[in-house]
Structure formats: structure tokens, C-alpha cells
Design a binder for this molecule. Structure first.
Ligand SMILES: NC(=O)c1ccc[n+]([C@@H]2O[C@H](COP(=O)([O-])OP(=O)(O)OC[C@H]3O[C@@H](n4cnc5c(N)ncnc54)[C@H](OP(=O)(O)O)[C@@H]3O)[C@@H](O)[C@H]2O)c1
Length: 435
């Protein structure tokens, strides 16, 4: 461990602290509680190097490209002198989302600034947008009730979560204390680390474009013979966003038609369909079934009482042919919300449906929505955390990757590189242990 300490350890003055830095922690208690259960702040002693500097590691990149080519694991030290408005955080868990890979590739909607502040040979950025952190030290003038042992999530985009520790200046603005008055009781770090992107996206897209709940209520009130709540349709239904929309839709009394890709065998496809139905999906079809000519007739006859129950909202995660089929399936005056392009194929905006069905095409970008609606964002996160606490909302399957002090760079890079591959057993999730 000592060999990792540089004699000229990077000293971070107040002006050099971007929202980010790091520290290496050790615990005094021989049997640590899992960092993924409730926090136990007072029993921890933080691993420090000589002169009180803390050691930290971060994945960094200095140019855009494939994660396996451009990412490096960088070690650095953090001064024990914490600026008055700053907090020191230890990362507990951080998922790898498709957007993180796009950011590293340089194809995402915003590009991070490369900075010299971590002492990398070239200016660098830390990827990762989402995560759960424990507050391990608090500057003397930090307000907002932030204290040691709290769990926080980033309140801003581009935070850089693939790191063991971070010093965050302007902590009250940059961080969102988890759970408010309720704290983190009943939650684990994996849930907290993954609440703010996929579940919030599903939530906002179901609420903000078509008032499906109102549609359901009015349809029942008019005695139209509806056999359930209003319908929505989505492709990429096995994604984190898709699974979130399925569950929220069910909780709000909505019905969903969900499109998934076929698995290697019919048995595996059926197993996936059953899994999503168990989550709350009303109908699950494969892409092949969705693209087949028979789909329109099935939609009408099997699920929507001869088309009397309209499908007014489509959530498009995939693009390409799947998006074109969604255009066909939506009812007149329906709305298609595009939020992902997993097939990497665009689709035509066909003239006929735009005019004669008067369809509406929208794009959803959570980052922008968050910036414009900071209060509503907190409310959305808190509402979903409450559902998690109550056991009403299940997080997506994860492929956990343990990140300890001695975890090799390749293990971490591989976890990120695989993110855009399909047919995965779960989303990559860094779970931080002995860092
Ligand atoms: N606009 C926004 O604000 C926003 C917010 C959150 C997410 N997103 C986007 O939403 C998408 C899903 O994100 P996520 O985090 O939910 O993903 P995820 O949990 O990692 O799942 C990825 C999904 O994409 C599917 N997929 C992969 N390649 C595909 C292909 N060639 N054709 C069709 N489907 C394919 C996978 O299907 P299989 O299960 O069949 O492999 C899987 O269901 C991404 O594009 C992401 O960037 C956007």
C-alpha cells in the first residue's frame, strides 16, 4: 500500500477542487458491516497515508474512444484539509449505463471537460453519472444537514462516479441527501445507486407526454367498457428503463405491450416473457412478432377490444424497424417518445401517419429534464425510493463487479466495455468493498 503513496502527493487547494477527488479508507472494526446495508459512520477509521493524506483511485480517460483503449486506473492522494464547503465521499456502488460508454466514446449529447486536477499525465475526466456515496468527512461550513454517515447521490450530471472517493465542493448544490427525513432505512446501496437514471426516466416518460391515468379514469367514467387502464407500448422492454416503466405502469393501473428481443432458445424467450409479466407487463411480444404483418390484427383483436382501447403512448428505446412498427401500432393522435437508439439505426418519420394519424414525435433526455426541474427531480427520486422501501419496485438485474483497492484495471475496464453488448444477464454495477 505504501508504495502507492507518492512523496509529492497531490495537494488539493480550494480552487483546485472540482466536484471531485478521492481518499483511501481503512476501518478499525475487524468485522465491517456490508457497505451495501445501512451506514455505520462512527465506527469507521479512514485509511490514510503518511501525513494524513488519503489515497484514492479513479478510472480516467484523456481522449475519446473505446473504454478498453482509453480508460486508465489512476491513483492519487487527497489532502486532509477539507475546504469549508466541501465533503469527502466514499463510493458504495455505481452502475454502468449505456450513456457512460457513449460519453467515453465521445458520442453522447454532452462531452466532459478534461481537467488536470487529479494529477494525471494528461488532463482527464472521470466517467460515470450515477452512484451512491457515503459521506465520510464534512467541511465546517457545509449546510443542508449533511453529516458523516449520510448517503448521497449526485444532484448534477457528469459527476464522475467510477472512482473510490471524491471531494465535492459546494456540497449542498452538488449532492442530494438520500431519503430526507426518513434516511436510508429499508434501502440498500445498489437501489440508491441506480434510482436516479432508469427509474426516473421511465417515471417521467409515462407521466409527462400523455396523461394515461386520466385517460383510464375518463374511459371508465364514460362507461366505455374498458377492461383495464390505458395502454402504452414500448420496445427495449427488458432494459432498465423498460423494466421501470412496466412496474410503474402497473402501480398506476396502466396496461403495457412490451417488445423484447428473442433469446437463443424458445424456452429462454418464454422465461423472459414470464419474468416481465411477473413484474407487471400485460403483454410481452418478441421483435419478430412485433414486426410481423399479423401484429396489427392481434393488437386489435387480442388486446384492445377491436381497437376501442387506444394505444396513445409509445416509448422507443431501439429505433430502426422496431420504431417504424411502433409508428404503425400507435393510435391516432398518439405520441411516440424516443429516448434511446440501441439498434443504432434511425427510422423514417413517415409522412402519412404524421398527417392522417396526427402522431406526435418527442425526444426525452433526462439530463435536460433534471436541469429544468430540480425540485421535481428530487420528488421523483424520493417517490421511487419509497416504492423500493415498500417492496413495490424492484431494481433491474445486475452483474456485480467488486471494486477493492487491489482490483485490477482490466477487470474494471472490461465491465464497462461490455455494456453495449446485448443479451446480458444484467447491468454492470461496481460494488465498492475495501477501498
Ligand atoms: N434519454 C434519456 O434520458 C435516457 C435515460 C436512460 C436511458 N436512456 C437510454 O435508454 C437505452 C436503455 O438504457 P438502459 O440503461 O435501460 O439499458 P440496459 O438496462 O443496459 O439495457 C439495454 C437494453 O438494450 C437492448 N438492446 C441492446 N442492443 C439492442 C439492439 N441492437 N436492438 C434492440 N435492443 C437492443 C437490450 O436488449 P436485450 O435484453 O435483448 O439484450 C437491453 O434491453 C439506452 O440507449 C440509454 O442510453 C436514455
Amino acid at each position: 500500500m505504501t508504495s502507492l503513496l507518492k512523496p509529492h502527493a497531490l495537494r488539493l487547494s480550494r480552487s483546485t477542487l472540482l466536484p471531485i477527488t478521492t481518499a483511501l479508507l481503512r476501518t478499525t472494526t475487524p468485522h465491517l458491516p456490508s457497505p451495501l446495508t445501512s451506514p455505520t459512520p462512527s465506527t469507521r477509521r479512514h485509511k490514510s497515508g503518511p501525513y494524513g493524506y488519503t489515497q484514492a483511485k479513479a478510472l480516467v480517460f484523456s481522449r475519446f474512444g473505446e473504454p478498453s483503449d482509453v480508460l486508465h486506473l489512476h491513483s492519487h492522494s487527497i489532502s486532509p484539509q477539507l475546504p469549508a464547503g466541501a465533503v469527502l465521499l466514499r463510493t458504495l456502488a455505481a452502475p454502468v449505463n449505456p450513456a457512460d460508454v457513449n460519453t467515453i466514446q465521445g458520442t453522447y449529447g454532452v462531452r466532459p471537460a478534461f481537467s488536470p486536477l487529479l494529477g494525471t499525465p494528461e488532463p482527464a475526466a472521470v466517467p460515470g453519472n450515477e452512484g451512491c456515496f457515503e459521506v465520510v468527512a464534512v467541511g465546517e461550513r457545509v449546510g443542508g444537514g449533511l453529516k458523516r454517515g449520510d448517503w448521497v447521490i449526485p444532484a448534477v450530471g457528469g459527476f464522475g462516479t467510477f472512482r473510490t472517493h471524491v471531494v465535492v465542493e459546494d456540497a449542498e448544490r452538488m449532492l442530494f441527501r438520500v431519503g430526507g427525513e426518513k434516511g436510508v432505512e429499508g434501502l440498500n446501496a445498489k437501489q440508491v445507486a441506480t434510482v436516479s437514471v432508469n427509474p426516473c426516466s421511465g417515471y417521467r416518460m409515462l407521466k409527462d407526454y400523455v396523461d394515461l391515468v386520466d385517460l383510464s379514469v375518463k374511459s371508465f367514467a364514460r362507461g366505455e367498457g374498458a377492461t383495464g387502464g390505458a395502454w402504452f407500448l414500448q420496445n427495449g422492454a427488458n432494459s432498465g428503463v423498460g423494466r421501470s416503466a412496466i412496474q410503474l405502469g402497473r402501480l398506476w393501473g396502466l396496461r403495457s405491450i412490451n417488445v423484447v428481443r428473442e433469446r437463443a432458445t424458445p424456452e429462454e424467450t418464454e422465461a423472459l416473457k414470464s419474468e416481465l409479466k411477473e413484474l407487471g407487463a400485460t403483454v410481452v411480444v418478441t421483435e419478430a412478432e412485433f414486426l410481423d404483418r399479423s401484429f396489427s390484427a392481434r393488437l386489435k383483436e387480442e388486446w384492445t377490444r377491436g381497437g376501442k382501447e387506444p394505444v396513445m403512448l409509445g416509448l422507443n428505446c431501439v429505433g430502426g424497424k422496431s420504431a417504424s412498427a411502433m409508428v404503425k401500432a400507435l393510435s391516432p393522435k398518439g405520441c411516440m417518445v424516443t429516448y434511446g437508439g440501441m439498434s443504432r439505426q434511425s427510422f423514417p418519420f413517415p409522412t402519412g401517419p404524421q398527417i392522417f394519424k396526427q402522431l406526435r414525435f418527442e425526444g426525452f433526455w433526462l439530463s435536460e429534464w433534471n436541469k429544468e426541474n430540480p425540485t421535481e427531480r428530487r420528488n421523483t427520486v424520493n417517490e421511487i425510493l419509497d416504492l423500493m422501501r415498500e417492496g413495490k419496485f424492484r431494481e433491474s438485474p445486475f452483474k456485480e463487479v467488486e471494486w477493492n483497492w487491489d482490483t485490477e484495471e482490466k477487470v474494471l475496464k472490461d465491465a464497462i466495455q461490455g455494456t453495449l453488448e446485448g443479451f446480458r444477464g444484467g447491468k454492470g454495477l461496481f460494488v465498492f468493498g475495501e477501498t
